[in-house]
Each structure stands twice: as C-alpha cells, then as structure tokens.
Design a protein around this ligand. Structure first.
Ligand SMILES: Nc1ncnc2c1ncn2[C@@H]1O[C@H](COP(=O)(O)OP(=O)(O)OP(=O)(O)O)[C@@H](O)[C@H]1O
Length: 228
C-alpha cells in the first residue's frame, strides 16, 4: 500500500473574483521511502498539491489516503495531530521565529508531539549536529546566513523524526552552493528512511530525486524515474 495515495484530486480556490481551478484530477501514489520532486511552471499547482499532501489544505474533491487513513473523513483536530507527529514542513522563506534562538526554533518542532520531555535536549543537539549548526545553537535567525537559516528550518522539521518531509521551494532563496547543501541534507534524511517530497522548478535539483512528477495546468503532465 502506498504511503500517499491520491485519486482524482481537484482543487478550486473560490476567492472574491473568478474561482481558480488549481488542480484538475490529480492521481498519484508515493511509497514510503521515496524521494520525489514536483516540478512545473509557475501556477501549475505545485504548492497546492504539496499543501494537500501535507493536509494543510483539504482538496475540493477526490480521495486522499495517507498511510491508509481517509483524510477527507478525518476531523481537523486529528489532522493537526497527524501533522505534528508524522510530517515535517520546510518552506522557501524558512518561517523561523525572529526572537527565538536556533535551539528554541528547533524545539518548536517537538511542541505538539506526545513524546516525553526527557531526552528532548539531546535530540535537538543531535539534529543541530546533523545539519552542521552545532556552533550556532544560541544565535538568532538574523545572525545566520540564508543557507544556515534553511538548515535550521530543516532541523525543526526533522527533530520529531517524521515519516514524511515536505519542502516547498526550499532552495528558492539560496545561492547554488547553499542550495546544493540543503538538497544534500534532504537526500541524507531520505537515506535515513523518511519519504521526502520537494517542490522545485530548478532542473538540477529535481534531477537529484528518485522520481520527478511534472505538473501542467493542474494535471500530472509527466512522471519520470531516475535512471541510475
Ligand atoms: N489562496 C489562493 N486563492 C486563490 N487562488 C490561489 C490561491 N493559492 C493559489 N492560487 C492559484 O492557484 C493556482 C496554482 O497555484 P500554486 O501556488 O499551487 O502554483 P505553483 O505551481 O506552486 O506556483 P509557483 O511556482 O508560482 O509557486 C495559481 O493560478 C494560483 O494563482
């Protein structure tokens, strides 16, 4: 059984002006342990699809099974719980809290989890080490470079050891060296067993994924697996 199983997903944004049909019948399966890149032109529906996969947004129509659970039939309270325990999010703009240190920003990744408080400090220190920020634990986000801020955000996303890491243009604000480093960390997270899904429009980064899903006008235009 696929970890993520989407069938005929439609999404309509019905704002004040004309409604936007952002997804038009997307069906796809993603297995546990895959590293998938979602690509496509601006406006093709990549972020919408990622937000639906992450249960931040509910699809207007279609069926979504996450780890066998019917998302459309799950109340919001339970979805919040699922997100806190099983999914880590990484965004283009890092979304760190300015007034908190790197350590405390990462601690936020454990806030809504049910696991015991004992051992949290060690867990945070170990993840800081993993993203190469052990020497920056007491810094504020504004004292970090963009690449370091994104590595801090990744640490926050993975500190709870999620099954799935979803990253929306995680390298969009980074130069190529930092972008390469961030992709390397995502590869490492995947190698450790997490399913990783990255939205990117950079072909050089999409090529690092095991599978590329290209959207076009709200539909899956093409799916391609890495040859090696
Ligand atoms: N909250 C919203 N309200 C109305 N329309 C929206 C909203 N969010 C996205 N859209 C529209 O839905 C379509 C798909 O948007 P989405 O952000 O998913 O595309 P994308 O492929 O991620 O684009 P980009 O690469 O520019 O980030 C676009 O036409 C966009 O304008």
């Amino acid at each position: 059984m696929a970890l993520i199983d989407l069938t005929d997903i439609e999404h309509l944004y019905s704002g004040a002006q004309k409604p936007v049909h952002a997804l038009r019948g997307v069906s796809l399966e993603i297995d546990a342990g895959e590293f998938v890149a979602i690509t496509g032109a601006s406006g093709s529906g990549k972020s919408t699809l990622l937000n639906i996969i992450g249960t931040l947004e509910r699809a207007s129509a279609g069926r979504y099974l996450f780890d066998g659970q019917r998302v459309e039939a799950t109340p919001e309270r339970k979805l919040a719980n699922l997100r806190a325990n099983k999914i880590g999010f990484v965004f283009q703009n890092f979304n760190l809290l300015d007034h908190l240190t790197v350590f405390d920003n990462i601690a936020l990744g454990l806030r809504y989890r049910r696991d015991p408080v004992a051992g949290r400090r060690e867990r945070i220190l170990s993840v800081l080490d993993r993203v190469g920020l052990a020497h920056r634990a007491d810094h504020l986000p504004r004292q970090l470079s963009g690449g370091q801020q994104q590595r801090c955000a990744i640490a926050r996303a993975i500190v709870g050891d999620p099954q799935v890491v979803l990253a929306d243009e995680p390298t969009g604000n980074l130069d190529s060296t930092n972008a390469g480093q961030v992709m390397g960390i995502l590869e490492d997270i995947n190698a450790q067993g997490a399913t990783v899904i990255v939205v990117t429009h950079a072909p050089s980064q999409a090529d690092r994924a095991g599978r590329i899903i290209e959207l076009h006008d709200g539909r899956v235009h093409m799916t391609r697996r890495r040859l090696t």
